[in-house]
Ligand binder design. Structure first.
Ligand code: 5GP
Length: 117
């Protein structure tokens, strides 16, 4: 069993957070240190430390992260204006919390990614 992080406590509602969506597979909550007007983290309820730890049986769950991202983008009113989805992996990827999560960023014109500078 992979070690739990603070995200597991958030998922179990043991510590406060601004949860915007939750179902049996994933929980989505606002980032404590938002990098854009909308910054939501979409997190599998079970602990999967990084993308490297995804197993074939997690395929549906991995796809569900995208489905939930789409749903929250609509909920937040940014589906039409656009948004960015980011999954960091490991040290070079800048991953700080070893519990797989997808960042949903939007609500403003995003910069700083290089490709669209
Ligand atoms: P990473 O760098 O691992 O891809 O992203 C981790 C994210 O989790 C960061 O953007 C950070 O601000 C956020 N974060 C860390 N601790 C907490 C917390 O206790 N509550 C919330 N809501 N977000 C957190």
């Amino acid at each position: 069993m992979a070690e739990e992080t603070i995200f597991s406590k958030i998922i179990r509602h043991e510590i406060p957070s601004d949860i915007v969506y939750q179902d049996e597979q994933v929980t989505a909550f606002r980032d404590i240190s938002p990098r854009a007007r909308v910054h939501v983290l979409i997190v599998p309820n079970k602990v999967i430390p990084t993308v490297n730890d995804l197993e074939p049986q997690d395929k549906v769950l991995a796809g569900h992260l995208f489905a939930v991202a789409k749903k929250i983008a609509a909920q937040e009113g940014i589906a039409e204006t656009g948004y960015r989805l980011i999954v960091n992996c490991g040290a070079d990827g800048g991953q700080e919390v070893p519990h797989l999560h997808m960042h949903l960023l939007g609500g403003e014109r995003l910069k700083g990614f290089g490709f669209n500078a």
